[in-house]
Write a protein that binds this ligand. Structure first.
Ligand code: CIZ
Length: 341
């Protein structure tokens, strides 16, 4: 049997409110090919979620890899994990609903222990975060005494607790360059570690982890994605080294966002990262021609409007980010060090 959930009732069926919401959504989402009826189907949800978040004192933070209905329908703040972690420390609201993957929400909790942090759905299957444990880091440190450990943000709190400093794609290069040592342990993204070794000239001890979304991009797939010789290619640091060598630019989504802001009418760009980010750029910079990457992170896509509404209406233990206080305190050092860059 297929059970179709009924769309939520909004403000005693206030048709004017609903119409305004459809128009608000359409003004953004039409740039992605949505028509009015598609906006009509999500408007009861976005309206209800936006009302609930205000009534209950929540801010919704969303990673750029979330789908466009979340980014443009309900999010208050959108960005990469570094921007979101920083913003979370600045906002006055004591309640945050985080649309992203668990370990990013954990970073927010590590920095804001007094705040309630909810996630709509747990994403327990990130190939990067799942590749390494805190115990693995302890062993790596024993094998390489005195070598600093830089951990990518895509790790669970126990791994951050054993690391010296955390980084995101936005500041990984700066952090590796700033450390006063020629050898660094970089965990867990092996592609990123190898890319950083080439960029910085440092010896990087890597770990065999990878992001399945970025690692799946091969040179052959890349060639099929480029429709025009004039297209500028910009690859995420999590891509394989041969991809990084063959593109025009490299960086994280923060760098890509700055690039989009400077692009001029008619420029063609292919960002080699999760498709959600490209959809965000298409809406924010309609004069630029963004090619689709067709790269999808399933863990990020778990969060949808229905799950978000349920988490706000009636959160269960599974929605709440809760950390062991000893791990949180030890992870705080690595995450707060990251915010200095
Ligand atoms: O740091 C982040 O948010 C990640 C994992 C990717 C990016 O570049 O936004």
């Amino acid at each position: 049997m297929v059970v179709i959930e009924e769309a939520p009732k909004v403000a005693e069926d206030d048709d004017t409110l609903l119409e305004q919401e459809v128009n608000r959504l359409y003004s953004k989402l039409k740039k992605l090919g949505w028509d009015k009826s598609a906006c009509e189907s999500i408007a009861p949800y976005t309206l209800k979620i936006n009302k609930l978040k205000r009534d209950k004192g929540f801010k919704i933070l969303a990673h750029s890899y979330q789908t466009a209905d979340i980014v443009f329908g309900i999010a208050d703040i959108v960005g990469d994990s570094l921007a979101l972690a920083k913003k979370a420390t600045e906002i006055k609201e004591k309640r945050i609903l985080f649309c992203g993957v668990d370990f990013m929400a954990e970073s927010v909790k590590i920095l804001n222990p007094e705040k309630l942090i909810l996630v709509p759905e747990r994403g327990r299957d990130c190939t990067l975060a799942d590749s390494i444990t805190g115990e693995d880091v302890v062993k790596l440190k024993e094998e390489n005494p005195g070598v600093p450990v830089v951990c990518y943000v895509n790790t669970n709190a126990d791994v951050k607790a054993e690391s010296d400093i955390c980084c995101t794609s936005a500041n990984a290069k700066k952090i590796v360059e700033s450390l006063d040592t020629d050898t660094i342990i970089f965990i867990p993204d092996e592609n990123m570690g190898k890319n950083l070794a080439k960029m910085t000239g440092k010896k990087i001890i890597t770990w065999p982890g990878y992001c399945r979304t970025h690692n799946a991009l091969t040179i052959k797939r890349l060639e099929n994605l480029i429709s025009d010789d004039k297209t500028k290619t910009f690859a995420h640091f999590e891509c394989r080294p041969e991809i990084i060598e063959s593109v025009d630019y490299t960086g994280g989504t923060g760098d890509m966002h700055r690039y989009s802001a400077k692009a001029t009418k008619g420029d063609k760009v292919l960002f080699l990262t999760e498709q959600g980010f490209i959809d965000r750029m298409k809406v924010e910079y309609p004069d630029v021609e963004f090619e689709d990457s067709k790269m999808i992170c399933v863990s990020m896509k778990r969060n949808d409007l229905i799950a978000t509404l349920k988490a706000l209406e009636n959160p269960t233990d599974d929605n709440v980010i809760d950390l062991d206080e000893d791990i949180r305190k030890r992870a705080y050092k690595a995450v707060s060090n990251m915010l200095k860059y």
